[in-house]
Structures are given as C-alpha cells and as structure tokens.
Ligand binder design. Structure first.
Ligand code: NAP
Length: 259
C-alpha cells in the first residue's frame, strides 16, 4: 500500500474571488474603500456599508462591477439583518462578510478617556462585528467566509489606545470562538490584522513627525503599508484556497510585531 498523498488533478485557483458576493463594512473610505475596489476589480459583487450614503455612492460609481449601496449604522442589530436580507434579495445569497468598519477617535490615557468613549469604541469595533457575524451566519452557506479587520495594536498596543487595543484583541477572541461555533456549517472565521496603513484613521500619527517616526521605527520594513499591500490577505481568506483556514490571525504589518 502506498503511503504517498494522492496529488489532486487541480487545486483551487489561489485568490480567485470572481463571482463572490461580498459585504464590506466601512467601505466609504480608507481600507474599506480599497477592499471594495480590489474585490470589484477581481470580479466580485460588493455590498458597500457605512453611515454616509453620499460617500458610498461615490465609491459605487468608481467600481468597475456591480455593487449595492447600503447606508446604515453597524452597531444597529436590525441594520445588520437588513444588509443580510438585501444581499439575498439582490443576489440570491452571500459568500463573504467583511467586518471592517472601525474607529479610533482619541489618543489619551485612562483618565482622559471618558467611559462613554470607551463604550463607543467597543460598540463599533467589537459589538458591531458580533452583530454582523450574527446576521451573516443566517445567510452564509457552506463555504461562507467571515473576515474581521483587526489590528496589530490588539496584539502589541501603543500608549493611549486602551479601548482600541482592547476592541481589536477582543475581535481575535470573537473570531476564534465563532470559528468553532460556525465550523459545523462550513463557515470559516478569520482576522486580518493590518499594521500601519495610510488612511484617514491614522492621520494623527502620519501628520505628527514624532509619532510618524515611531511607526516607522517599529515597522521592520521601515515603511507605511501601501494600498497594494492589503488586498492579498483578504483575497486569500475569501477564496476557495483558504477552505481549511479558520480561527487564525493574518498579520499584514511589515513586521511590526517583530520590532
Ligand atoms: N489604517 C490603518 O493603518 C489601520 C491599521 C489597522 C487596523 N485598521 C482597521 O481598519 C478598519 C478601517 O480603518 P480605516 O483606516 O479605513 O478607517 P477610516 O478611513 O476612518 O474608515 C472607517 C470606515 O468605517 C465607517 N464607519 C465608522 N463608524 C461606523 C459606524 N458606526 N457604522 C457604519 N460605518 C462606520 C466609516 O464611514 P462613515 O463614517 O460614513 O460611517 C468609514 O467607511 C478599522 O477597523 C481599523 O481599526 C486600520
């Protein structure tokens, strides 16, 4: 009897997301807009979610393929369920849900962080991901993909970002738990943890020479993440090539966690 592995005649095409039906939250600017554009360029249909309808329409106009504009508040349970319903009504189902919307409104220590700010950050960055996952679990079938945008700051914080770091660390626990809960349904759950990418969210760092220098000093590749650096991780996790990958964190950080 041979102990060799039988080599399949073919393999899933790496990163092939053409024809996938994808929800991207936080799609109106920054990393979410980039992801929406990259998925659309790759032949996916994209449901664009954020609060500001005007911005979402502008993104939809620049996409090469079909999209849905779904303005709303990701912390609203009913809104998440409505997003799920809209994708089923328009496309007959859903393949990928990316919980990417996030906020990081302050840089301050605990005495300057009002408890209401803590609650808001946890609500948008963590609770909304649970609500999105909850809605997605209803409509994603076997082979479905849930992807959370975490952050390397969930693993390696910087000063003054306790709420943000806690929310992103919480996403990892949530993803691992949901990976177990949704495995029987054939749905995978993973986190992409970006390092420092140029976007409106990181302007307080980018525009401050001292903080900007600290970012580069703590990034092994000594540069900010560029738009072309981000998509591959999501593309892989959304594609059939990642069918056996669940409950993981994929850091896209230029080596931030090493320095
Ligand atoms: N940029 C980085 O270097 C970096 C690094 C690591 C992780 N991340 C993570 O990547 C994700 C995107 O960050 P970004 O840099 O692209 O930020 P951004 O440019 O500020 O964009 C945030 C997006 O989320 C939407 N959003 C915010 N609050 C929302 C709410 N309550 N309901 C619905 N939509 C909401 C915003 O649109 P509206 O304001 O119109 O709602 C916008 O589309 C976040 O989870 C962030 O933590 C970013």
């Amino acid at each position: 009897m041979s102990s060799q592995i039988d080599i399949p005649a073919s393999f899933p095409r790496f990163g092939d997301v053409s024809g996938k039906r994808v929800v991207v939250t936080g799609a109106s600017r920054g990393l979410g807009r980039l992801l929406a554009s990259a998925f659309s360029q790759s032949g996916a249909r994209v449901a664009l979610v954020a609060r500001t309808e005007r911005d979402l329409k502008a993104v939809a106009d620049e996409l090469p393929g079909p999209s849905l504009v779904l303005p709303g508040e990701v912390t609203d349970e009913d809104f998440n369920e409505a997003v799920a319903d809209a994708t089923v009504a328009e496309w007959g189902g859903l393949d990928v849900w990316i919980c990417n919307a996030g906020i990081s409104p302050i840089v301050a220590g605990p005495r300057k962080t009002d408890p209401s700010v803590w609650r808001e950050i946890l609500e948008v960055n963590l609770t909304a991901a649970f609500l999105g996952a909850r809605a997605a679990a209803r409509v994603l079938g076997d082979g479905g993909r849930l992807i959370f945008t975490g952050s390397v700051l969930g693993d390696r914080p910087r000063e003054g970002l306790a709420a943000y770091s806690a929310s992103k660390a919480g996403l990892v626990g949530l993803a691992k738990s949901l990976a177990l809960d949704l495995a029987p349904e054939g749905i995978t759950v993973n986190v992409v943890a970006p390092g420092w990418f140029d976007s409106p969210l990181v302007e307080p760092w980018k525009n401050d020479p001292e903080r900007g220098a600290a970012v580069l000093a703590h990034t092994a590749l000594r540069r900010w993440g560029a738009p072309a650096d981000l998509f591959g991780a999501y593309q892989f996790l959304a594609s059939d090539a990642s069918a056996f990958v669940t409950g993981t964190v994929l850091n896209v950080d230029g080596g931030y966690l090493l320095v």
